[in-house]
Design a protein around this ligand. Structure first.
Ligand code: C2E
Ligand code: MG
Ligand code: MG
Ligand code: MG
Length: 282
C-alpha cells in the first residue's frame, strides 16, 4: 500500500538511523532548521469537478527539505511535528500561506488545508483562522479545513467545538481519509461535514468486483447522509470512469495531477481561464 511506501521515506532520509528516538531527534532538528531557513513550502494538488470540467479546489500539501536538500515525506515529519508541538507553528504558517495564495488568485475557487488534531485542540485555533482570513481579505467560504479521520474525533469535545467554530465563521470543514480511522460511521452521525473525502485505499481496492461494490456502497452511504463527496487517489482512466458511473463528480489524484508548486498552479489557472474565455468568445 502507498501509505507503507510513504513510511519507507524515513530510510531514504537517513539510512544510518537505527532507533526511533534518534530518528525523532533528527527529524525535529530538520523541521526546526527548515522553518528557520524557510525551506518549508506548500504544494498544491487540484481537485476537479469532472461535471463542469472546472477546478473545484486545490489541496495544500506541506513540503519540507533536509539541510542537504532532500525532501522529507509528510508521512515522516507530520507525526514528529505533532508530537513535538512544532505542528502548531507549521500549521499557522500553512494557513497564512494558503490565504496569501487565495488573495493573489481570484480565479482559484478554494484551498483546503490539512489540520492536525493537536492544532484543533489549541483553544485559539478558530481565532487564528478568522484573523488570518481577515488580514488577507479572503472570504471564509474559499477556505476548507481537512480533518483526518485518524482519531476518534467525535469523542473530543474540543475538536467538536473547533469544528463548530470554524463553521460559524463560514469556513468549510471536510473529513479526510474517510474509511481508514476509528471514528467512521459514528463520526458521520454526530458531525455534519461539508464534504467527505473517501480514502484512496478504496479506489485501489476497486480493481476487484468486491472492492468496486464496497466503494459504490461507501459512496451511496455518504451521499445519503447529505454530504458532498470527493474521492482521492484516482490514478487511472478506469477509476475515473468508475466513479463517474457512481455519480461522483469531485475527483483528485495522480491521473489528473501530481501535487505542484504554487507557480505551476498559477500557470494552470491562467491557462484554464484563457480556455474558458476563448470558449465564451467563440
Ligand atoms: P492526505 O491529506 O490524505 O493527502 C493525500 C496524500 O496522497 C498526499 O501525500 C498526496 O500527494 C497523495 N496522493 C494524491 N493523489 C494520489 C494518487 O493518485 N495516488 C497516490 N498513491 N497518492 C496520491 P503527501 O503529500 O505525502 O501527504 C501525506 C499526508 O500528510 C496527507 O494525507 C496529510 O494527512 C499529511 N499532511 C500533508 N500536509 C499537511 C499539513 O500541512 N498539515 C498536516 N497536519 N498534515 C499534512
Ligand atoms: Mg488531505
Ligand atoms: Mg486524504
Ligand atoms: Mg492522509
Amino acid at each position: 500500500w502507498a501509505k507503507d511506501s510513504n513510511r519507507n521515506c524515513v530510510k531514504s532520509f537517513d539510512p544510518n538511523v537505527a532507533d526511533k528516538d534518534t530518528t525523532n531527534d533528527v527529524v525535529v532538528e530538520a523541521i526546526r532548521t527548515a522553518i528557520e531557513q524557510k525551506r518549508v513550502t506548500l504544494a498544491f494538488q487540484p481537485i476537479w469537478s469532472i461535471e463542469s470540467g472546472r477546478l473545484f479546489a486545490a489541496e495544500a500539501l506541506m513540503r519540507l527539505t533536509a539541510p542537504g536538500g532532500s525532501p522529507i515525506s509528510p508521512a515522516v515529519f507530520i507525526p514528529v511535528a505533532e508530537r513535538s508541538g512544532l505542528i502548531v507553528e507549521l500549521g499557522a504558517w500553512a494557513i497564512r500561506e494558503a490565504c496569501g495564495m487565495l488573495a493573489a488568485n481570484l480565479a482559484l475557487p478554494r484551498i483546503s488545508v490539512n489540520v492536525s488534531a493537536v492544532q484543533l485542540l489549541k483553544s485559539n485555533f478558530v481565532e487564528l483562522v478568522d484573523t488570518t482570513l481577515r488580514e488577507s481579505r479572503v472570504s471564509p467560504a474559499r477556505l476548507a479545513i481537512e480533518i483526518t479521520e485518524g482519531l476518534e474525533i467525535d469523542e473530543h469535545a474540543g475538536i467538536i467545538n473547533a469544528i463548530d467554530g470554524l463553521r460559524t465563521i463560514g469556513v468549510n470543514v471536510w473529513l479526510d481519509d474517510f474509511g481508514t480511522g476509528f471514528a467512521g460511521l459514528s463520526c458521520l452521525s454526530k458531525i455534519k461535514f461539508d464534504t467527505v473525502k473517501i480514502d484512496r485505499l478504496f479506489v485501489q481496492a476497486s480493481e476487484t468486483p468486491r472492492g468496486a461494490k464496497l466503494l459504490k456502497d461507501i459512496v451511496g452511504l455518504v451521499a445519503n447522509s447529505g454530504q458532498n463527496i470527493i474521492v482521492e487517489g484516482i490514478e487511472t482512466l478506469e477509476q475515473c470512469e468508475l466513479l463517474k458511473g457512481y455519480g461522483v463528480s469531485l475527483l483528485q489524484g495522480f491521473y489528473f495531477n501530481r501535487p505542484m508548486s504554487a507557480d505551476a498552479l498559477n500557470l494552470l489557472l491562467a491557462k484554464s481561464s484563457k480556455l474558458m474565455v476563448g470558449a465564451v468568445a467563440a
